[in-house]
Design a protein around this ligand. Structure first.
Ligand code: SAM
Ligand code: CA
Length: 219
């Protein structure tokens, strides 16, 4: 699986990056550090990170959620776009993965914006709801276990304010969603795509960015 935007050849992809990317030096360094990781393909692409940073700025977001941190590139991208008092409630179960990113968050001066919770994301989101945080978040990025997406989406929708935005990653799943499903991840993504298409609580857009990125704005 590749994280890079679908259907661009090397020349055009290189051109796009050369004419748009503005990465912080610590974003470049973190991508470099993750390149040799056995699961490096899980990291979002730099153009997607920059796109999400733009969304966060357009929303004027202060409180955000991230479900699936890995080595921390998406969290770093969003954190750099947030105001100094902005926060990411960042959910992951892996200390091994997330510990890679923390020094880069520190050196970029955004570690204080990232509240990393090492626990199953559903547990963290349910605790937020129980603590009365419904309607208090501006933006959420869902990029963890695919069979958990439907539950994360419902929790995030409750946690978002009206006009808040959920970005859901890998919704095209390298093309597999358009074929008969052979595994649970594909089935879960197909079911979620179907469900969001009929969900009247949101304004919807599915973009061929990265491995497919759905944007759902809470009405
Ligand atoms: N957004 C990250 C980036 O840009 O580098 C990539 C995230 S990676 C695709 C998925 C992450 O979800 C992994 O780090 C994994 O540990 C985490 N994960 C898997 N199951 C989880 C769960 N139940 N709760 C929270 N995180 C989970
Ligand atoms: Ca992903």
């Amino acid at each position: 699986m590749s994280n890079r935007s679908l259907n661009l050849d090397d020349t055009l992809y290189g051109y796009m990056l050369a004419h748009s990317l503005h990465e912080h030096p610590e974003q470049i360094a973190l991508r470099e550090a993750t390149r040799s990781h056995p699961h490096a393909g899980m990291q979002i692409s730099p153009e997607q990170g920059q796109f999400m940073a733009l969304l966060v700025k357009l929303l004027g977001a202060r409180r955000t959620l991230e479900i699936g941190v890995f080595t921390g590139y998406s969290a770093l991208s969003v954190a750099l776009a947030l105001p100094d008092d902005g926060r990411i409630l960042a959910c992951d179960i892996s200390d091994e993965y997330t510990r890679v990113g923390r020094p880069y968050w520190e050196r970029a001066g955004v570690a204080h914006k990232i509240d990393l919770r090492l626990a199953p994301a559903l547990q963290t989101l349910d605790a937020e709801l129980a603590a009365g945080a419904a309607g208090r978040y501006d933006f959420a990025f869902i990029d963890a276990d695919k069979t958990g997406y439907a539950a994360y989406y419902e929790r995030c929708l409750q946690l978002l304010r009206q006009g808040g935005l959920i970005a859901i990653d890998n919704v095209l799943w390298d093309g597999a969603v358009a074929q008969p499903a052979r595994d649970d991840d594909t089935r879960a993504l197909q079911a979620l795509n179907e469900r969001l298409h009929g969900d009247e609580r949101i304004d919807l857009s599915m973009l061929p960015v990265g491995d497919g990125l759905t944007l759902a704005r809470k009405r």
